[in-house]
Structure formats: structure tokens, C-alpha cells
Write a protein of this length. Structure first.
Length: 468
């Protein structure tokens, strides 16, 4: 059976059970489906979203709730009874619960926290106290720790006793009596060791840990570089506070990617699905950058007015203004996008700025040379057609100097575009900003203005005393 047919069958069965209003059968059916399939049902039947969550076993309901969009999570919590909401929130892992709560207004957070069990409330308040986008907001305090003097047999008994309530047992953490992190051991090493062996005999003390105040994006890089499924989180005194698992990093990477793409497009990050964003909020997110870019583009008019005399004397120069501006803007946008992406995935660091500049200098000259040659050939071909009377004569007897002005201007403008586009993200990163704000529209606007200055300055050099 194809995936499409299988999904249709699940939907058909669900519709039939809901029509029959057989809640026991609905619960058995939902608990028998994959988590992702149940999430699809919620998106397909939003009018039944709260019923679906309410009619599942609580552990599976929490697993489904975790993977839903924030907007959908909010709708479900609003529709559920207080009792069911409390049950759901208490069942969520602390990091998932914190991730959801931080998206809500403060007064709503206060009301929902009251529904938590005392221990869960204490953990949640602690995690919400960490800076936004810090690793402390993602960590879970549910992990397995042991002491160096424990034997393998004792460790296995500990795992059997408390492992069910922890997020992962793939890694076991070794601490001293003060709670300081000493090492982490893979479960494989423990299983393969003899029962009477002590933990300190397995330790190599090459532990990699995150600080509770580390940025989430930084943590994602640490995960990638070290190929870990979980990493311990400590405070400034090396006290083990919790762990962060790879599934949390997948969500972080997805959110960062979405934000960067939106910023590269010249808008603020939406932080929620496009269709769920209220219209006025969507306008507010977009209008800021549009105003900035519009005001910046006014400088283009200023530059044009500065060269008004030259344009009046040689109207033919204005023909190539769109060509010059678009070429510079396109080259800048290319470079900006490439460097933003390279910084995001760690291919380029701030220390590589000179290597980047060198490459873009060469790239700019080569790309500009190619476009400049094409521009020169274009004017040459049009001139030949004019000579033979095929088209009207636009360039006159000084076509060669016009072609030279356009060709060399393209080299200069494309070179400036690639340098601007590549260096701006690095400079903004150095200033502790988000490189994605040096977006394609921003770079294109900058290069538009400066491109005009370059173009008319070069044209003045070649055409002074001839047309100007």
C-alpha cells in the first residue's frame, strides 16, 4: 500500500470512529498510530485537535504535542480542561515544557505554572530563569548520574531503577559528592564491562560539556563537531545541572534556519507559521526593513541628481544605469548569501576574513571582467548594426569610449558588490550581531547607490572633453 493510500485509510478510519462517537475505540485507534500520523490528523482536523489529545494515553499525547507547531499547541491548551492541561504539562519533558511556555504571554505562563506538580513547577521556574536562547532553556534535569566508586553492577541497578523516567540512557554521567561533573560514559562501555569493575576504571576524563548560559546556536555547533547524542550542561563551577539531547538540537537548527531565511529575505523573523501570523503583525514584521530600504534607495535619487549635468550632456549613459545597478546588486546578494550560509554552518569563522576577502577580490575581478566583456561586446554589436542601418544610431562616433566606460564600470561595481556582500556579514558577526541582517535586499540597496557613483565617475574619466 502506498503512503498516500495508507494516510487516506487512517483518515477514513478516524472519521468513522468520530462519527460513531465511540471514545474507547478512538483512544485505542489513536494509541495504535505513529506519532507523526496523529500529528497529521490534528493538522487535517483542527476542529478535533483537543479531542485527539484528550483521547490518547498521556505519554503518547505528550509525544504528539511536542512535535506540533506552537500555534497549534496554544489552541489545544486553550480548549483542554484544566485537569487535562495539567496532566499534559506535567507529562512533558522539562525542556519541551519550557520551550512551549516561553512562547506564551506572562499572565498565561503564570496560570499554567500553577497547574504543575510542585517538583515540576520548581524545575520549570528554574529553567525559565535562564536567558532566552540559552542552553539552560533547553536542558532537561532528567538524567542518570553515578559516582566513580560505583561498580558496573550498581550502575546497571541504578539504570533499571530510574532509567524509565529519564530522557535518554545512552550516556551515563559521573559526578563527585559535590555534584561536579567528572566524566561521561557511553552505555555500551558499561554494558560490555564486567559487573565487578568500578566506574573510575572506565573514566578517561575527556568530557565535553556546555555551560548553562551558552547560546543555543553555539551548542548546535558543538553537537555537530563532536558527534554526540547528548551533552551535559554545567554552571560556572562545573556543577552538573542537566543534559541536552540531539533532538532538541534538531529543533534549534530548524528554527535558526527558518529565521535566517526570513532575515535574508529582508524581514524580521516570524517565529510562527506564516498562515498563523495575524495580518497586522505580518505587516509590522515586514514594514521596518521596507522603510529602511526605501529611505536608502532615496540616496540613489540623490546620486542621480548629483550627476544630472552629465546625464543631460550624454543621455546615452542613462541607458546603462539599470544594467550597472542590477549587476552590482546581484553580485553583492550572491556573496552575502554564500557568506551568511558559510558562517551559519561553521565553514567560515571571523578569523577567515582575510581569506574570504582575497577570494572575493579575485572572484569580483573575474566576474566583473566577464560581465564587462559581455557589456562591451553588446555595445560593439549594436554599433555595427547601426553602421549598417539595421537599427537607429544611439551611441554615435564615440561608441568605443562609451563601451569602455560600461565595461570597466561593470568590473568596478561587481568587485565592490562582492566585497560588500562578503564583508558585511563578517563585520556584523564581529559586532555580536546576526549576520543574516546583512540580507540580499540590504546589500543590493547599498551597492545600487555606490554603483552609480562608480559608473558616472568612470564615465567622466573616459568621456571628459568628448561628451562631458
Amino acid at each position: 500500500m502506498s503512503l498516500e493510500l495508507e494516510q487516506r485509510s487512517i483518515k477514513d478510519q478516524f472519521e468513522q470512529l468520530m462519527q460513531e462517537n465511540n471514545l474507547q475505540a478512538v483512544r485505542a485507534f489513536l494509541d495504535d498510530q505513529n506519532i507523526s500520523d496523529v500529528a497529521d490528523l490534528i493538522y487535517e482536523y483542527p476542529e478535533h485537535e483537543a479531542e485527539i489529545i484528550a483521547n490518547m494515553s498521556i505519554n503518547r499525547a505528550a509525544a504528539v504535542f511536542k512535535i506540533l507547531d506552537v500555534s497549534r499547541q496554544k489552541d489545544i491548551v486553550q480548549e483542554l480542561s484544566s485537569y487535562k492541561t495539567a496532566e499534559l504539562l506535567n507529562e512533558l519533558q522539562p525542556d519541551d515544557r519550557t520551550d512551549f511556555l516561553e512562547e506564551l504571554p506572562k499572565n498565561v505562563i503564570r496560570d499554567l505554572i500553577k497547574l504543575l506538580d510542585p517538583e515540576e513547577r520548581k524545575v520549570t521556574l528554574s529553567m525559565l530563569g535562564y536567558p532566552e536562547d540559552s542552553i539552560g532553556r533547553l536542558m532537561t534535569p532528567d538524567y542518570i548520574y553515578v559516582y566513580p566508586f560505583n561498580t558496573i553492577e550498581q550502575v546497571l541497578n541504578t539504570i533499571r531503577k530510574v532509567g524509565k523516567n529519564t530522557e535518554t540512557i545512552d550516556v551515563i554521567y559521573v559526578v563527585n559528592r559535590q555534584g561536579e561533573l567528572l566524566d561521561d560514559l557511553r552505555i555500551r562501555d558499561i554494558i560490555l564491562a564486567s559487573p565487578d569493575k568500578r566506574i573510575d576504571e572506565l573514566m578517561d576524563e575527556r568530557v565535553i560539556a556546555l555551560n548553562v548560559n551558552d547560546d543555543q546556536e553555539h551548542a548546535s555547533e558543538i553537537f555537530k563537531m563532536n558527534n554526540r547524542v547528548a551533552l551535559p550542561v554545567t554552571d560556572s563551577n562545573n556543577i552538573l545541572l542537566g543534559i541536552v539531547t540531539i533532538d532538541d538540537m534538531f529543533w534549534v537548527a530548524n528554527e535558526e534556519f527558518s529565521e535566517d531565511i526570513q532575515k535574508i529575505g529582508g524581514t524580521e523573523a516570524l517565529n510562527e507559521p506564516y498562515l498563523d501570523v495575524p495580518l497586522l503583525k505580518l505587516v509590522r514584521k515586514r514594514v521596518g526593513w521596507l522603510i529602511v530600504l526605501f529611505v536608502s534607495e532615496m540616496l540613489t535619487a540623490t546620486a542621480m541628481s548629483y550627476f544630472a549635468d552629465e546625464i543631460q550632456k550624454a543621455v546615452v549613459l542613462s541607458i546603462f544605469v539599470p544594467l550597472i545597478m542590477s549587476s552590482g546588486g546581484n553580485s553583492g546578494s550572491q556573496a552575502s548569501t554564500l557568506i551568511i550560509q558559510a558562517l551559519a554552518v561553521g565553514d567560515v569563522t571571523l578569523a577567515d576574513w582575510w581569506r574570504v576577502m582575497r577570494r572575493e577580490l579575485l572572484s569580483g575581478v573575474l566576474l566583473g571582467g566577464i560581465l564587462g566583456t559581455i557589456g562591451f561586446i553588446r555595445i560593439f554589436v549594436w554599433h555595427q548594426l547601426m553602421v549598417h542601418g539595421v537599427i537607429e544610431n544611439l551611441y554615435g562616433p564615440h561608441w568605443f569610449f562609451i563601451a569602455l566606460s560600461v565595461g570597466i564600470s561593470l568590473i568596478g561595481v561587481v568587485l565592490w558588490g562582492t566585497l560588500s556582500g562578503s564583508m558585511l556579514p563578517i563585520i556584523i558577526k564581529k559586532l555580536k550581531g546576526d549576520p543574516a541582517v546583512s540580507s540580499a535586499p540590504f546589500v543590493a540597496t547599498l551597492v545600487d547607490v555606490t554603483g552609480l557613483v562608480i559608473y558616472f565617475s568612470i564615465a567622466y574619466i573616459f568621456l571628459k572633453g568628448i561628451l562631458l
